[in-house]
Design a protein around this ligand. Structure first.
Ligand SMILES: Nc1nc2c(c(=O)[nH]1)N[C@H]1C(S)=C(S)[C@@H](COP(=O)(O)O)O[C@H]1N2
Ligand SMILES: [Mo]
Length: 323
């Protein structure tokens, strides 16, 4: 990638986020080595497993008062069906993903289209840390310190035309790198979409890292979407294509179960999922093991607490029926 990184071994101890980060890196490498049947040598640093610090990351005010979940928590309880449907499957299986080098195809109604090296798309932008509270549709949440760039800044440089009303995203399809795609758990590729104003909103990120580290494979390496006022499934991982389109694009969970998952996917505690309430959430901190089922509960807020920033995008819209 074009992102300038340094090896974890180059980092002074004061720069390391937490003890958990180190422990997790070791546990992750051990698990990855065990899964692939290779011995864990001291020099082992395969591209898929090597944790690396991101350089030149600007701190921001977003979430500065929040306590982020541990890297261990954030990388151990995941949804990434390309690596299995269980919450612990991505951590165990995502070592087969090769996030470098990586290209992203830009298509549709824009001046600049074609296939870009990810580095070339990211390089002109300042990496920022944004600590966002993320809410999964399954009624759990985590506070995640993302490293990324506002999606809107990238889109603007591509010159969308007046026909671009929505932005569509696609995840990689590759049975070698994503072995669980051999099973039809979902139709592949995983697809998502945003309305143009949602995509341009300054809260919306393209994320390349977590806790100052290059994006772990199980969280959507090398690049994934982050939309903090929407349910987690909008946050499409390992993106290979971004298209500027005229009509509302298909979104995987919306196609799969339209009664359960709408296109908007805005966090709305008043609109229950047909099978469970959305009024509360289990807050996963990663401390004391994952223990998601025993995590403390909190009230879910409208727009996941970001109403002040985003409510105006939906002025006059019925957010019960447009869920
Ligand atoms: N390609 C792809 N992206 C995906 C998913 C997936 O299965 N495949 N799961 C989604 C869901 S349901 C959630 S909650 C978030 C989880 O992101 P995290 O594992 O980084 O917390 O990723 C989203 N993005
Ligand atoms: Mo989710």
């Amino acid at each position: 990638m074009l992102i300038r990184i340094k090896k974890a071994s180059d980092v002074s101890s004061s720069e390391i986020t937490s003890k958990e980060a180190i422990l997790n890196r070791r546990a992750f490498m051990t698990a990855a080595a065990a899964a692939s049947g290779v011995a864990l040598l001291p020099t082992f640093a395969g591209p898929a497993f090597a944790a690396a610090r991101l350089e030149n990351v600007k701190k921001t005010k977003w979430g500065e008062a929040e306590k982020p979940a541990t890297l261990e928590g954030i990388t151990s309880h995941n949804n990434f069906y390309e690596f299995g449907t269980g919450k612990s499957d991505p951590k165990r299986n995502a070592h087969t993903l090769k996030p470098k080098p990586w290209t992203v195809e830009i298509a549709g109604h824009a001046e600049k289209t074609g296939t870009f090296d990810l580095d070339d798309l990211i390089r002109p932008h300042q990496l920022e840390e944004r600590i966002y509270r993320m809410r999964c549709v399954e009624a759990w949440s985590m506070v995640i310190p993302w490293v990324g760039i506002p999606l809107g800044d990238v889109l603007k440089r591509l010159g969308p035309t007046s026909k671009a009303k929505y932005v569509a995203f696609e995840t990689l399809v590759d049975h070698e790198q994503m072995p669980a795609q051999r099973s039809p758990a979902l139709p592949w590729p995983y697809l998502e979409g945003l309305r143009m104003d949602e995509a341009m909103h300054p809260l919306t990120l393209l994320a390349v890292g977590i806790h100052g580290e290059v994006m772990p494979n199980q969280n959507g390496a090398p690049i994934r979407l982050v939309v903090p006022w929407k349910y987690g499934f909008k946050g499409i991982k390992s993106i290979v294509k971004i298209s500027f389109v005229e009509k509302q694009p298909p979104a995987t969970w919306n196609i799969q179960a339209p009664r359960e998952y709408g296109f908007y996917s805005n966090v709305n505690p008043e609109r229950s999922h047909p099978r469970w309430s959305q009024s509360r959430e289990r807050v996963i901190t990663g401390e004391g093991g994952i223990k998601a089922l025993f995590a403390p509960r909190a009230e879910t807020k409208m727009f996941n607490g970001y109403a002040e920033e985003v409510a105006s995008l939906y002025a006059g819209m019925d957010l019960f029926n447009n869920f």
